[in-house]
Design a protein around this ligand. Structure first.
Ligand code: SAH
Length: 256
């Protein structure tokens, strides 16, 4: 049994493309004896795991309920206390939504050290894949990462406030927005022009990436017509106009 102080590495696996992993993330994955892996972690990322590593998938697949959070936290702690080298692999960045903060708090409360390794969050990857400079200074002076999945049912307050910010030149990057897209559109229209540009990117950075671009008033109909589902990022704001004029060369799969 190891004499090391127990530690869990909370590692950002990035948006899916293994080439977007950080060097630190690769090193952590290579050294892990136990990996607890979220659903949104791209399969290609696991190629760096040791053959002998125990890989536990703790995300939801095919609409099944996620492994309960309490179980994940218990398992991480138990393995770390046994002296295993535990890596908790989370999609994107561990501290951008996705409950990484709660996991770190839980582990620290048990006296287990936590090391956090940043990952490229899907909101950034989604925007960049479309050639959208999120803070292009002719169009925006800031960016907000927000969730469409409010913990309490306060979405009715959430969207008009965010619309007001967006109207002042803050680009909105919305995670988990597909399930609540009707109330999102309704709420944003209370403070934003109906012709505000919007883009939705599904499976950002992966070969199956798809996207749509439209104006706010057509968001719900476009997403349903094109059958864009989760996981997806919704970008709202005038910076989307800058993407059109930059003439960036999108990867072939995205250009259609
Ligand atoms: N920690 C993650 C976010 C977890 S919340 C990160 O930093 O990216 C889960 C949400 O992230 C999904 O509902 C979706 O909105 C977004 N997401 C994660 N991976 C994605 C991807 N490859 N493409 C588009 N959206 C993604």
């Amino acid at each position: 049994m190891s004499q090391r102080k127990p530690i869990v590495h909370l590692v950002g696996a990035g948006p899916g493309d293994p080439e977007l992993l950080t060097v630190k993330a690769i090193r952590a994955i290579r050294s892990a004896s136990v990996l607890l892996v979220d659903d949104l972690v791209g399969d290609g990322v696991l190629r760096y795991a040791r053959k002998s590593a125990r890989i536990v998938h703790v995300g939801k697949r095919g609409g099944c309920a996620s492994t309960p959070q309490a179980f994940i936290e218990k398992l991480m702690a138990a393995e770390a206390l046994k002296g295993e080298r535990v890596v908790r692999l989370k999609g994107g960045d561990p501290f951008v939504f996705g409950r990484g903060g709660e996991e770190a708090q839980h582990l620290r409360a048990l006296g287990i050290d936590v090391e956090v390794v940043n990952g490229i969050t899907s909101g950034l990857a989604a925007a960049t894949s479309l050639g959208v400079p999120l803070t292009h200074r002719e169009h925006a002076h800031g960016v907000m990462f927000v969730t469409g999945h409010a913990r309490h049912d306060d979405a009715a307050l959430h969207w008009p406030t965010l619309a007001a910010a967006a109207a002042q030149g803050i680009t909105l990057v919305i995670y988990m927005g597909i399930a609540t897209i009707e109330s999102l559109q309704r709420g944003l229209l209370q403070g934003l022009a109906a012709d505000t540009p919007v883009a939705v990117v599904q499976h950002a950075s992966l070969p199956q990436q798809r996207h749509v671009q439209c104006v706010l008033r057509d968001l719900v109909t476009t997403v349903s017509r094109e059958q864009i589902g989760s996981p997806a990022i919704i970008v709202v704001g005038d910076v989307l106009r800058a993407a059109d004029c930059l003439g960036l060369h999108l990867p072939k799969a995205l250009a259609a």
